[in-house]
Design a protein around this ligand. Structure first.
Ligand code: SAM
Length: 288
């Protein structure tokens, strides 16, 4: 499992290098909620401090108040993007919650193939909140393995995230060799090539299936769909119910009739929407 490198060990409040008041924390917390939909909860001071302290150091600032004033100013617009990148949680892994990829390779592709006769060989998958790309690459590898005739298809995967650094890393497709630990050797050997010291790169065949784009899930979406499958896993855990309601309604609008939505292990749609039917293991089918 990848580690959350954004949060280092945090000094106690007295030893802190930068002053960080409750008011500063509350400001950053509500700004994050407003810009990304992410709700931090009242007790994440230390996490926020640890993730932003290096930015203050780099900018030569002495207090969080100064930093907050800077990101609110015209000169601080670019830094605001960096703040948001630092405060999101990007933990991910190849073939995480593998039952979704198994479902994609079997049931989902079988149904998409059956429809393909009348609708042309079009296949669209969206990895929404893709982090550094392990999720969409797992989907691409799943397609390559399950569809020997993929070249005859118009198959595309859209991978989006609000964190611009994650989008950049995803488009490169370069990972530490350790990220392949636990992966079946036939997959690791066929779909990754070594790339300098202790690094691997996803093969071009899989990279070419994916477009990585910066996109805020609570902002405007340029794409029209329809998608056959949407992955939105481990993203909405920090969104409040109203934000989730709007988001899952928009997913239903963009999914093809009968399309599939995969959500994370600790997420559910109870009381959020009735436009999906739960098939089990956080696999949902659009029904309305
Ligand atoms: C924990 S990662 C999950 C990655 C992957 N889906 C998985 O399950 O392995 C959550 C991702 O959601 C992204 N995210 C959070 N809020 C977002 C928003 N409003 N719009 C787009 N992406 C967002 C974060 O930047 C982060 O990369």
């Amino acid at each position: 499992m990848a580690v959350d490198t954004k949060t280092a060990d945090t000094p106690s409040v007295e030893d802190r290098e930068f002053s960080f008041s409750t008011g500063d924390y509350d400001f950053l917390r509500s700004m994050l909620k407003e810009k990304t939909g992410i709700e931090l909860g009242p007790t994440k001071h230390n996490m926020v401090y640890a993730r932003l302290a290096k930015r203050l150091r780099k900018l030569g600032m002495k207090t969080f108040r100064q930093y907050i004033e800077f990101i609110g100013s015209a000169e601080g617009t670019a830094e605001l993007g960096t703040t948001l990148n630092a405060l999101t949680t990007n933990l991910t892994k190849f073939f995480r919650e593998n039952h979704h990829f198994e479902h994609l390779a079997t049931t989902a592709l079988q149904e998409i193939r059956a429809r393909a006769v009348s609708q042309g060989r079009r296949l669209r998958i969206w990895s929404a909140g893709c982090s550094s790309g392990e999720e969409p690459y797992s989907a691409a590898i799943t397609l390559l393995r399950a569809m020997p005739d993929i070249k005859q298809w118009d198959a595309k995967i859209l991978a989006t995230d609000i964190d611009t650094e994650m989008v950049r890393r995803g488009s490169e497709g370069i990972y530490p060799a350790s990220s392949l630990e636990g992966m079946a050797p036939d997959i690791a050997n066929k779909y990754f090539e070594s790339y300098g010291d202790d690094k691997v790169r996803v093969v071009a065949e899989a990279r070419n299936l994916i477009s990585f784009k910066h996109l805020n899930l609570i902002g405007n979406w340029p794409m029209k769909g329809p998608f056959d499958v949407i992955f939105c896993r481990n993203v909405v855990i920090y969104f409040d119910k109203d934000t989730q309601r709007v988001l899952f309604d928009r997913y239903a609008n963009l999914l093809a009739p009968g399309g599939f939505l995969y959500i994370g292990h600790s997420e559910n749609l109870f009381g959020i929407t009735e436009r999906f039917k739960l098939l089990g293991r956080n696999i949902h089918r659009k029904i309305a």
